[in-house]
Design a protein around this ligand. Structure first.
Ligand SMILES: Nc1ncnc2c1ncn2[C@@H]1O[C@H](COP(=O)(O)OP(=O)(O)OP(=O)(O)O)[C@@H](O)[C@H]1O
Ligand SMILES: [Mg+2]
Length: 214
């Protein structure tokens, strides 16, 4: 007798699992900043637009990724941070699940440029709803830039549940400050598409008015 249980496709499974990781734009900020910190970055720049619902971009000068890793990092359970179960008892990184990038790519339009110090050229990759649409070699500075555009563009019900730009921006600033305060050795900066910009450099907080970017 045939049953009624079906295995979900990877794309649907990723979308469901993304609900755990990505609740709002500030969740993306948290995951991307943590990845940049884990990558050994000393400078991390965050750009946001419309409370992060249109754009969250993190640019770091960390160790970057090889061409192969640039593709693999978007797969679920793909991580460079643990290899075996015992490693869970001696974690020294923020991330270890290999979930964040796969979840983000399932619910947004993503573009990444990355290059390692030892490589002459970098990798550009474009992913939408878990599907890799483009991968090319490109010129890029050492480090990684990830732009997450139009969060929940493929899940209108969840997009409608986002709060106002002001509220989502407040959540992002709180997350940004939490990470910056915990890592005073890293120079953080944040640029909002409208006007306000904050630079946190070695724990010194500066507030400046910047022109429009992003
Ligand atoms: N900014 C970055 N610079 C260099 N490597 C990165 C960067 N972001 C992600 N990676 C690589 O991609 C892998 C997957 O990232 P992802 O955030 O999905 O998983 P994770 O950080 O290992 O675990 P978690 O899901 O708990 O965050 C990382 O393990 C890391 O090797
Ligand atoms: Mg991570």
């Amino acid at each position: 007798m045939s049953g009624i249980i079906k295995l979900l496709s990877d794309a649907v499974a990723n979308q469901i699992a993304a609900g755990e990781v990505v609740q709002r734009p500030s969740s993306i900020v948290k995951e991307l900043l943590e990845n940049s910190i884990d990558a050994g970055a000393t400078h991390i720049k965050l750009l946001i637009k419309d409370g992060g619902s249109t754009l969250v971009q993190v640019i770091d000068n960390g160790k970057g990724m090889s061409e192969t890793d640039a593709r693999l990092c978007w797969e679920r359970h793909a991580t460079s941070k643990i290899k075996k179960a015992e490693d869970l008892f001696s974690l020294h990184t923020y991330g270890f699940r290999g979930e964040a990038m796969a979840s983000i790519a399932a619910v947004a339009q993503v573009e990444m440029k990355t290059r390692r110090h030892e490589d002459e050229l970098g990798t550009f990759i474009r992913i939408e709803a878990s599907e890799c649409l483009e991968q090319n070699i490109c010129s890029a500075p050492v480090g990684t830039s990830i732009a997450v555009k139009n969060l929940f563009y493929n899940i209108p019900a969840r997009r409608n549940f986002l709060k106002s730009i002001t509220v989502e921006t407040k959540h992002i600033f709180e997350e940004f400050q939490r990470q910056a305060m915990a890592n005073p050795q890293i120079a953080f900066s944040i640029i909002q598409s409208k006007s306000r910009s904050i630079r946190l450099s070695n724990s010194i907080l500066e507030r400046k008015n910047f022109g429009c970017t992003g």
